[in-house]
Design a protein around this ligand. Structure first.
Ligand SMILES: *Cc1c(COP(=O)(O)O)cnc(C)c1O
Length: 474
């Protein structure tokens, strides 16, 4: 006996009607195509999104048995909303208000104006990348950097690859495949993003010979581990953490003396290689690249986009015969840098040679900017907010501390100034989410019950935009 009301077949009929009521792809396209917000979005992407939205709606109707689909206008708004939220381009500018100068997830170092200019030139026209013009024969892309690196580091030879992880991999594969590499247990570090020194070593085919303990490693530990299978002694700069308390590590120079006495080359992975001594600016002493080279280390590797402040790259400097072995390893062909890296790195290195690195390289300028300048930027940001917004968001300039980032100088806290926002009616988590969804997105730092917008990393040219975005929150 049929039940009263809608039975199974009744539901199916309602669903069919609802499905039939969905607009066609063409009808929905017709609604959104003229929307000025989608002007720069390729037609194919709009069509795909229309199909996805309709398919999603069809699934929802079938699953929930809802009677009525949203009207074509509502679906149109959904399509436009999805496409404008993701923007025309996926890789897009972000305002960094975290205070972390070398923020790996935000692209690490910003390039100097000169590096930007050289990069653009290399992009727009042909270059002598691998052409020896005097001889009219094939040249080397590395030649553009060799002289600079020799003069700046004091090392006779150099090679530049894609990043420092690649540099370590290439060095180990070239010099120690199937042989032993001696490393202190205190230096078997994870850099982040899945990069662990022991994993890289295994991938290179080198056999890890761990010595010492987590907190203490002595010269005799290295000495006792050297045998006929030893190909390399590796020292890794523990750049992203510190072991404090009862610790002992062996200096580069002691390792060099040991290695050279026993005929074993010594490599140091410096991580964030720096060319200037930042102690003048109140930073703790970090070994600079020239210092490590001067200690006699045979190969020194470091990143291009950490404290150096250039493009992503892995730079290896050192003994000519060892660099030659690395350069001629077929693996190097897979890790080689492109013309953009050469252009931006040459310009970055040039600033060190010209003596204006601190002023022109953004990473160094931000790290060494006096508190007074940052405070002025924070106050300007506050003044640019509407009085209503200041009140509603509880905005105030406060002093805080920011970090270097990029796994460099982990214990350093830099005094900074930030705009703090957040009020009982406007929780900081909510403000944070709104700012991250903005155009451009803003990334701040939550601290206690406030959202801090650390002005160390806010570019002067972004202050007005940031003020507008914050005002719009109120
Ligand atoms: C950051 C770091 C690396 C990895 O460098 P990338 O340029 O990011 O590949 C390797 N070793 C150390 C010690 C580091 O700090």
């Amino acid at each position: 006996m049929p039940r009263a009301g809608r039975g199974k077949s009744g539901d199916a009929a309602v669903r069919q009607a609802a499905l039939r009521a969905l607009p066609s792809v063409d009808a929905l396209l017709g609604i959104v195509a003229a929307d000025p917000a989608l002007r720069d979005i390729p037609r194919r992407r709009v069509t795909d999104t229309v199909r996805e939205v309709l398919a999603g709606e069809r699934r929802r109707l079938l699953e929930t048995g809802a009677a009525a689909p949203p009207g074509v206008e509502g679906l149109g708004r959904r399509v436009v909303g999805q496409l404008t939220q993701s923007g025309v381009f996926s890789l897009a500018p972000v305002i960094n208000a975290t205070g972390v100068v070398l923020h790996t997830n935000l692209g690490r170092a910003l390039l100097s104006p000169l590096a930007q200019e050289r990069l653009l030139r290399a992009a727009a026209g042909y270059t002598n990348l691998e052409m020896d013009l005097a001889r009219k024969e094939r040249g080397s892309r590395y030649a553009h950097l060799e002289g600079l690196l020799r003069r700046l580091t004091g090392a006779p030879a150099s090679l530049v690859v894609n990043n420092n992880a690649a540099a370590v991999l290439l060095a180990l594969e070239s010099l120690a495949r199937g042989k032993e590499v001696i490393v202190s247990r205190g230096e078997l570090i994870e850099i982040g993003g899945e990069f662990r020194i022991p994993d890289i070593m295994r991938r290179s085919g080198a056999i890890l010979r761990e010595v010492g303990t987590t907190n203490r490693t002595h010269l005799k530990d290295y000495a006792n581990a050297i045998g006929p299978e030893t190909a390399l002694i590796l020292k890794v700069h523990t750049s992203n953490y510190r072991v404090v308390g009862f610790t002992a590590a062996v200096s580069s120079r002691e390792l060099v003396d040991l290695g050279h006495a026993r005929g074993v080359p010594v490599m140091e992975d410096l991580g964030s290689g720096c060319f200037v001594d930042l102690t003048r600016y109140g930073f703790p002493h970090e070994p600079t690249v020239p210092e490590v080279v001067a200690a006699g280390v045979d190969l020194v590797s470091f990143s291009g986009d950490k404290l150096l402040g250039g493009p992503q790259a892995g730079i290896v400097v050192g003994r000519g015969d060892l660099i030659d072995t690395l350069a001629h390893n077929p693996l190097n062909r897979a890790l080689r840098i492109d013309k953009f890296t050469v252009a931006a790195l040459e310009a970055t290195l040039y600033a060190y040679e010209a003596g204006n690195a601190i002023e022109t390289i953004p990473a160094l300028r931000m790290l060494t900017e006096p508190l007074g300048g940052i405070r002025r930027r924070a106050r300007r940001l506050l003044r640019l907010l509407s009085p209503d917004a200041q009140r509603a968001l509880g905005a105030a300039v406060i002093e805080a501390s920011s970090q270097v980032g990029g796994g460099a100088l982990p214990t350093v806290e830099l005094p900074t100034a930030a705009l703090a926002v957040g009020a009982p009616a406007r929780p900081p988590q909510e403000l944070d989410a709104c700012l991250r969804a903005g155009r451009p997105p803003v990334l701040g730092r939550l601290l206690d019950d406030r959202l801090l917008l650390d002005c160390r990393t806010v570019l002067p040219s972004d202050v007005a935009t940031l003020a507008q975005l914050i005002t719009a929150l109120a």
